[in-house]
Ligand binder design. Sequence first.
Ligand code: G4P
Length: 524
Amino acid sequence: MENFIDEVKSRRTFAIISHPDAGKTTLTEKLLLFGGAIRAAGTVKGKKTGKYATSDWMEIEKQRGISVTSSVMQFDYHGFRVNILDTPGHEDFSEDTYRTLTAVDSAVMVIDSAKGIEPQTIKLFKVCKMRGIPIFTFINKLDRVGKMPLELIAELEEVLEIDAYPMNWPIGMGKEFLGIYDRFYNRIEQFRVEENDRFLPLNEEGELAVEHQLQQSGLYEQVLEEIELLNEAGNEFSEEKILNGTLTPVFFGSALTTFGVQTFLETYLKFAPEPQARPSDIGPIDPLKESFSGFVFKIQANMNPAHRDRIAFVRVCSGKFERGMTVTLARTGKTLKLSQSTQFLADDRSTVDEAVSGDIIGLYDTGIFQIGDTILEGKPIFHFNPLPQFTPELFVRVTAKNVMKQKQFHKGIHQLVQEGAIQLFKTKYEEYILGAVGQLQFEVFEHRMKNEYHVDVNMEHIGSKVVRWIEGDTVDERLNSSRSMLVKDRYDRNVFLFENDFALRWFQDKNPDVKLYNPMDDEK
Ligand code: G4P
């Protein structure tokens, strides 16, 4: 069993969060290169290289060039087994993106040094914060001119409300980028210098221990001043605060030129948490517990409509998964044999025979699983805590094109809603409103209704809304207006869809007795 414990303790499972174009793909590729998982950069995203996944992925996926195969990537490095989970951006942003963050033990936040904190980074950051997971920051593209580092740190702390501790500090930027002053390893790492000469040691005072031309540069003096400022006025390094998610260690670098990436990876692995216990209805489940358990955090239904098969992504939370094992699906109490399993690694889908706590497996699903499902071996049967609900921002009114297809229409919607593909609201006139966090969810919905339920749907965009749930069971129906639309969610809870933030504030001013809440503010 000792072997099992070592295996689990070697796992580091994280997601990279960023706004599109900050460099997530580039950083992922460089990490995979260090891990020897891929041979050449440019193989992670089909879109960039024109290499699409095998022909059986559905049309939307092909058009968009999303590669399911890159959803989870795994590599070994210095005795660690690293699992990187993809969090799609752009129009592909969806509830799945958020849910992926429930399956990781830490997150890496990539920021473009010229852009600073961008909207999608904020959204994803909030989900990580809500879970209290450690967040490591990589400020990218130092080979280009960007914002001043002090400004970036201030922005991080003010916009995201998290303390930051710069592990290293850039010396110049753009054409004048000379390298990083590494506070953690007490050395300077020079940009575009061969590995043998790249590192220069610092003395106890934090100054160059050897004579070097760098001392002639005004940038060196400036960095020493900034470091002094950080030492005196900045946050203190605290491993405890990193682990409880209240302090983010910050690394500067340039993913494209592979600079600072290895230093980042090695330091990240030093401080990133091993698989953590998961809360359940019988208390936290220890990842070192021997019997297998896991939960479904994402269902990818982008497969060939002729086969209708899907992949359920499972985070292993305890024990060891073995192909062919029999487990219980906690929701129904039924047993299943897990014979077809898939692990995802860069370009290839390969079959996995074994996985332990912290790993992610893909199970072929013929419609058995739902998002949030617990699967487990042995007794007692327990359920992991439900996945948090995410606040949708985009809405459409949906109807069946052909009124004769009402039955299939209702069946399709209810199944897709239950599966977690989309959120459903109903007006008092029994109109169906669908909510999503990203446009792709509507496209997938439309496609699946057509292919799986043979119903063409009309979707009328009603734009973005600010959603708030209402505490208590009763609400005055007279409060329903075009600016504050009163609807019910699928659990029959009362919900307001406000036209915008202004309408929300105005409503709250006028109706202080109506208690509103946003589930994404409350989750812990
Ligand atoms: P994403 O996954 O976060 O969306 O970003 P991605 O890695 O695709 O990077 C977005 C763009 O930024 C790419 O350029 C990429 O080459 C560039 N980039 C990433 N890291 C760095 C860096 O450290 N320095 C500089 N200067 N650029 C960087 P592109 O022109 O949009 O794509 P491509 O056509 O070059 O692939």
